[in-house]
Design a protein around this ligand. Sequence first.
Ligand SMILES: Cc1cc2nc3c(=O)[nH]c(=O)nc-3n(C[C@H](O)[C@H](O)[C@H](O)COP(=O)(O)OP(=O)(O)OC[C@H]3O[C@@H](n4cnc5c(N)ncnc54)[C@H](O)[C@@H]3O)c2cc1C
Length: 509
Amino acid sequence: MQAYDVVVIGAGNGGLTAAAKLAQEGLNALLLERHNIPGGAATSFCRGRFEFEVALHQLSGLGTPDKPGLLRLQLDKLGVMDDLEFVEISDFYHVATPDGFRITLKTNREETIAVLKDQFPHEKDAIQRYFDLMASYANDMVGAFIFRDPEPSREKYPNLYQYALRNSKEILDEYFSDPLLKAVLSVYWGYIGVPPTRLAFAYLSMILFQYMEFKPYHVKGGSQAISNAILNKFISNGGSARFNCGAKKIIVDDGQIKGVITDDDDEVTTRYVVSNISPIATYNHLMDPEHISQDVSVEMKSRNLSTSALTMFIGFDCGPEQLGITESTNFLMSSTDISDGLFDRMNRLDIKDELMVLSCYDVTDPEFSPAGTCQANVVTLKYGEPWLRIPPRQYHDVKFRCADAMLKRIYEIYPEAKNHVEEVEVGTPLTHMRYLGHPLGAIYGYEMLTKDSLFFQPGRHSPINGLSFVGGWAGDNGFEPTLRSGISAAKSIIRRMGQDKNNFTNMSS
Ligand SMILES: Cc1cc2nc3c(=O)[nH]c(=O)nc-3n(C[C@H](O)[C@H](O)[C@H](O)COP(=O)(O)OP(=O)(O)OC[C@H]3O[C@@H](n4cnc5c(N)ncnc54)[C@H](O)[C@@H]3O)c2cc1C
């Protein structure tokens, strides 16, 4: 029976960085992944002459070499920055509606304020005050959280205490009266998966602030290039990885991790497991029920599963300029509704007026797709549960009906697109469920309703000794937080191992 210091289950962002950090520190780690390639959602796939990006729209937290964000610093320490080429995206996003409204917000704060004031002159003063509020809020967050103030207080951080847990719609209503402006300023709710009525203002403001300060990026070769670079680093530092081979069972004895049985029925011993999959699957599918404590059960039941998504990948036989796509990130909007009604839309099995994001990486990186072509990755959010209720023989009809409706919406904004489609592939919540293994195909872990937001997250620790969680189920979702979560989990395991060793030495002396 082989023995490892640590077994990592799942090669998503969090699992990969945890494994790479552990190997870099000289630990003997095994990485198990059910799929045949690394990355989880951070991956790509090929159809015809296109390699389609699955998930990465705008990478946050990187910053520039002169003004590095936390993610750049950590990837640098992991030794993977030299293997990657990042491309800065100059726009936040473009919003387009079928009646011809168009606006592009740039990552430069002053430019964005000017564009907004120009398009919405009746809201001029409120626009300035809103951006000032976001800046003060972000300063408070940085002081209290990034610099970990040991004694935060309402006096020191008034905006943080006043606004963090208020929902975003409430703040937008307080500042603005124009529904279109409110909808334009809140489109990033789609990156968290929670409509503005239940989205903590902390998230909406920090996303905008992060992209303004550290700029959004894409990467040459897509997110698969990041996943490959981290995996290669893990292997070159002595780590072992098995693909097409998941974890079937975690062996626990007397509250302590003892080993893992793989899908190949190979039993390995270890005292530490890092799980990059959901706590629901980890406890319910990989462990015997007697190991699930009452606290863990209650915690799991108190959370909602996040939304999944309908995704469409389109390869065009021409460049983006011929289609009229001038920005990388485009929100196609046909309703200014930001109320709870968005939850109903996400539960429907059709497409009418859903918000859709269309990313065209070729705008910033003309070499992204084969010469003379470009690709679009289009996403709209949909809960998984209604898709599970579709009888199998109707599944393809529903999927293609939705795909047709999405294409129609795209052609409304970019009419030339319909003459240049060369490849189309569609993913549904069931596709995400199959490839990620997450319950109901949830793409953002647990739902980040205000009550479950950053201050109240389950965290990465388990009452079972030696078990920790990384990735989107253990904290915030998105590339930056999940990549960073693996590194901090690895550091904490290394510290823990040191303590265990000391305890053992003390006991035996
Ligand atoms: C369509 C889409 C669009 C997105 N857009 C963005 C974006 O623009 N910006 C952004 O920052 N984030 C975006 N995200 C979110 C981001 O991709 C995720 O937050 C992040 O990739 C999740 O990483 P993770 O570490 O949680 O692992 P996951 O990606 O969830 O990977 C988990 C891994 O575990 C494996 N696994 C499952 N069960 C087992 C088992 N029993 N044994 C072994 N392995 C197992 C799976 O195969 C998978 O590889 C998007 C996600 C999706 C799906």
